[in-house]
Design a protein around this ligand. Structure first.
Ligand SMILES: *[C@@H]1O[C@H](CO)[C@@H](O)[C@H](O)[C@H]1NC(C)=O
Ligand SMILES: *[C@@H]1O[C@H](CO)[C@@H](O)[C@H](O)[C@H]1NC(C)=O
Ligand SMILES: *[C@@H]1O[C@H](CO)[C@@H](O)[C@H](O)[C@H]1NC(C)=O
Ligand SMILES: *[C@@H]1O[C@H](CO)[C@@H](O)[C@H](O)[C@H]1NC(C)=O
Length: 323
């Protein structure tokens, strides 16, 4: 899930955008090196020596002429991530999206970007382990989704005190989920489509988490501590894991909008408390649930596809319970 434009604006809202000032000479040199490392793609033909780099495409300047944002989408290139990006010392955000021709690892020069708040490398061919040196930045948003990263989620990421948006989905990450990855308000955690094992750390049941998507992994154990009526979550997706717990007495967050628990080993009944939650999407199929499906209030919006392949669920929208 790429960070939306809205979320991006939210990240850099403390800045004023300016193109009237001439840009910093060192930043211009660094950008020209970036262009050359990318093989001078036609999309960057406006990046010319001896011109004001604050007016160039794909970058934004602060009101002191420093480059703080660079965004490159869908370039037709075949190269590694430019090492010269690390020379843009005032960078707050880097977005490289949907560039399958970008491969290799995250360059070590990124450790120099101590002000970096958002790194978005969505849908590229970048691989290798997630480097420890990212902990020297000031990231509040890290989106490495749909790449080829492997190895564990590094413990060093827990040292980023402002990290509250983390998307590592669609990689080949292994090992367990470290506790304490997210901090601050309005947190988002997307770790789906990896090879993660072990239990979900208990601290993800606390704090201001809006979204948690751990689907398509190999997680085990109890996840019921994530639920609770006063929690702020709007989306919980734990589908396609090996989670095993009793759902009967679960109480769900009031603002929950999306709940997918399909393809696990969840036991017990469909909880009555679900009747009071105006879920837009519910899926508890392919588990080991049993008993009568509650049918009042908001339950009428869910059809049989939400409940199929359980042990012995019955009642509308499935076949009637035999008494
Ligand atoms: C991408 O670039 C290569 C060589 O630079 C060119 O042959 C190819 O047609 C380009 N593809 C697209 C979709 O523009
Ligand atoms: C990823 O990139 C490829 C090619 O650049 C594109 O066809 C595809 O739609 C992208 N996928 C996502 C999820 O953005
Ligand atoms: C780090 O980022 C936060 C926003 O998440 C910002 O308020 C703070 O000033 C930044 N710190 C430095 C040293 O740039
Ligand atoms: C729930 O998930 C199962 C398995 O992926 C799928 O067959 C079913 O259509 C899904 N139900 C809904 C309501 O999407």
């Amino acid at each position: 899930m790429p960070i939306s434009h809205l979320f991006f604006l939210f990240f850099v809202s403390h800045l004023t955008i300016s193109s009237s000032l001439d840009c910093n000479a060192a930043d211009r040199r660094a950008l020209l090196n970036v262009k050359s490392e990318l093989g001078n793609p036609p999309e960057l033909s406006a990046w010319l020596p001896a011109t004001n780099c604050c007016t160039w495409s794909n970058v934004y300047c602060t009101d002191t002429g420093r480059i703080y944002n660079i965004y490159l989408f869908s370039l037709n290139v075949s190269t590694t991530i430019p090492n010269s990006l690390g020379d843009l010392s005032e960078l707050l955000t880097i977005q490289l999206q949907t560039i399958l021709g970008i491969y290799g690892t995250i360059p070590p020069s990124f450790s120099k970007l101590t002000k970096l708040e958002l790194l978005d490398l969505t849908n590229t061919s970048v691989s290798g382990p997630i480097p420890d040196f990212l902990s020297r930045t000031n990231l509040s948003g890290l989106d490495l989704s749909n790449n080829k990263f492997s190895g564990p989620i590094p413990l060093s990421l827990t040292k980023l005190p402002n990290l509250r948006y983390l998307d590592l989905s669609g990689n080949s990450l292994s090992g367990t989920i470290p506790p304490g990855l997210l901090h601050g308000t309005f947190r988002f955690l997307y770790l789906s489509h990896n090879k993660l094992i072990g239990e979900i750390p208990k601290d993800y049941g606390n704090g201001d988490i809006d979204t948690i998507d751990l689907s398509h992994n190999r997680l085990t154990g109890d996840a019921s501590f994530l639920f609770g009526i006063t929690k702020p979550m709007t989306k919980i997706d734990l589908s396609w894991n090996q989670l095993e717990f009793d759902l009967t007495r679960a109480v769900f967050p009031h603002h929950l909008d999306y709940l997918d628990l399909s393809y696990n080993k969840i036991k017990g009944k469909v909880p009555k408390s679900l009747q009071d939650i105006p879920l837009r999407f519910l899926n508890v199929s392919y588990n080991e649930l049993c008993g009568e499906i509650p049918n009042r209030r908001f339950m009428v919006y869910h059809n049989a596809d939400s409940y199929i392949h359980n042990k012995c669920l019955c009642g509308a929208p499935l076949r009637p319970c035999t008494t």
